[in-house]
Design a protein around this ligand. Structure first.
Ligand SMILES: Nc1ncnc2c1ncn2[C@@H]1O[C@H](COP(=O)(O)OP(=O)(O)OP(=O)(O)O)[C@@H](O)[C@H]1O
Length: 322
C-alpha cells in the first residue's frame, strides 16, 4: 500500500546501460517495495504511451524513470504530449543509463542499486509524503528535425561528436559509465583539440537565430545546448543572461586561448576572456532556429539533421532529487 500523498509508479527500460547488468535485482527490489504501486517495463519507445496510460489509471502522482538520458527524454516527451495524466506527476530519475547526465542534474545520483534502495525507503516512509525530497524544475527541449519531433535535455555538435564516438567505441564498450566516462572522453577530446587531431577537432558550420534576433553564423568548435544546469561531472558551461530555459554555448574554431578559457567555462567561471569577440558566446533563449552541417549528439545519440532544426522549450517538469 502506498503512503498517503504519494502514489509511486515506475517505468523501466531494461536495456539501458546499468539496467543491462542489474535489472533482475532492480525488478525484485521494486516488487518487494510496498511504496511502489506499479512497475511498467517497456521494450521499445513505442510502448511508452500505453505504459504511461496504465500508470495514470493507477492514479500515480510520482513517476520514476528507470533508464538513461534517452529513456528520460522519450518518457517525458510522451508524458508532455499525451493527456494520460490529468495533473503532471513529479518525476524521479534513477541513474540506470550509461552517461546519466540528466540524473546527475535533477535525479538520484550514485550507483543504480543503492539509488533504487533509497527510492524504496523514501516511497515507503510514512514521513516522506510531507518532506518530499528536493524539488526542482527543468524544461525539456522539443526539437523538430527531419520531419520528426524529438525531445531531449542536451544537444552537442562540433568536437563533441568526436568525443561521443570515442566514448561509445573506447569507454562505454569497456564498461566505464556515468560521470567517469564523460570525464575521460572530455579529456581525450580536449587533448585532441590541442593537438589538432582531425578526429577530435571537427567543427560544425552553424547558423543560429535565437528568439527572433539576427542570424549568427559560426564555425563551431564546440556547440552545447541544454535545459540542464549541471552537465556531466559538474560542468556548468553556460553564462548567458536572460530568462530563456534553453542555454546555448558556442566556442568558435578561431577562439583565443582555448585551454584556460575552456577550464574556466566548464567550472562555471567564464571570466573576462570568454567574450564574443574572442570566440566565446553564451545565450539563453526560449526558441532557436538552427542549421547545423553534420551530426549532432542528442542525449548521447548521434543523429544527422537533413534540414533546419527548430528547438523550443517545453513546459517545466517538476523533478524530485530525494
Ligand atoms: N522506455 C523505453 N523502453 C525501451 N527502450 C527505450 C525506452 N526509451 C528509450 N529506449 C531506447 O533505448 C535506447 C537506450 O536508452 P538510454 O539512452 O536510456 O540508455 P543509455 O544509452 O544506456 O543511457 P544514456 O543515454 O544515459 O547514456 C534509446 O536510444 C532508445 O532507443
Amino acid at each position: 500500500m502506498s503512503r498517503p500523498g504519494a502514489r509511486v509508479g515506475v517505468i523501466s527500460n531494461p536495456t539501458s546501460g546499468h539496467n543491462r547488468d542489474h535489472f533482475g535485482a532492480v525488478e525484485t527490489t521494486l516488487a518487494c517495495c510496498p511504496g511502489v504501486i506499479q512497475h511498467a517495463v517497456t521494450a521499445t519507445p513505442a510502448d511508452i504511451p500505453a505504459a504511461l496510460a496504465r500508470l495514470a489509471d493507477s492514479r500515480v502522482d510520482t513517476l520514476v524513470v528507470n533508464g538513461g538520458d534517452g529513456t528520460v527524454a522519450a518518457v517525458l516527451g510522451a508524458m508532455l504530449e499525451g493527456a494520460a495524466f490529468p495533473r503532471p506527476p513529479a518525476v524521479i530519475i534513477l541513474p540506470a543509463g550509461t552517461a546519466n547526465m540528466t540524473a546527475g542534474d535533477v535525479g538520484v545520483r550514485g550507483r543504480l542499486r543503492p539509488a533504487v534502495a533509497r527510492l524504496c525507503r523514501w516511497a515507503t516512509s510514512p514521513a516522506a509524503g510531507q518532506s518530499a525530497g528536493e524539488r526542482t524544475q527543468r524544461c525539456l527541449m522539443r526539437l523538430d528535425m527531419n520531419g520528426t519531433r524529438h525531445y531531449g535535455m542536451f544537444l552537442g555538435a562540433g568536437a563533441i561528436i568526436g568525443g561521443t564516438e570515442f566514448a561509445h567505441r573506447e569507454i562505454h564498450a569497456r564498461g566505464v559509465r556515468d560521470d567517469a566516462s564523460l570525464a575521460l572522453s572530455t579529456l581525450r577530446t580536449v587533448w585532441g583539440v590541442l593537438r589538432q587531431d582531425p578526429a577530435f577537432s571537427r567543427c560544425s558550420r552553424v547558423s543560429i537565430r535565437s528568439d527572433g534576433a539576427a542570424v549568427r553564423e559560426h564555425d563551431a568548435l564546440i556547440l552545447a545546448l541544454s535545459t540542464l544546469q549541471r552537465l556531466s561531472f559538474g560542468m556548468r558551461p553556460f553564462w548567458g543572461e536572460g530568462d530563456g530555459p534553453l542555454r546555448l554555448t558556442v566556442v568558435d574554431r578561431e577562439c583565443r586561448r582555448f585551454l584556460p578559457n575552456f577550464i574556466r567555462i566548464i567550472a562555471g567561471r567564464p571570466g573576462r576572456g570568454a567574450r564574443p569577440e574572442r570566440g566565446y558566446h553564451s545565450t539563453n533563449a526560449t526558441e532557436l532556429h538552427m542549421d547545423i552541417a553534420g551530426p549532432i549528439n542528442l542525449d548521447g545519440e548521434v543523429l544527422t539533421p537533413t534540414g533546419p532544426l527548430v528547438v523550443a522549450a517545453t513546459a517545466p517538469v517538476t523533478f524530485l532529487r530525494l
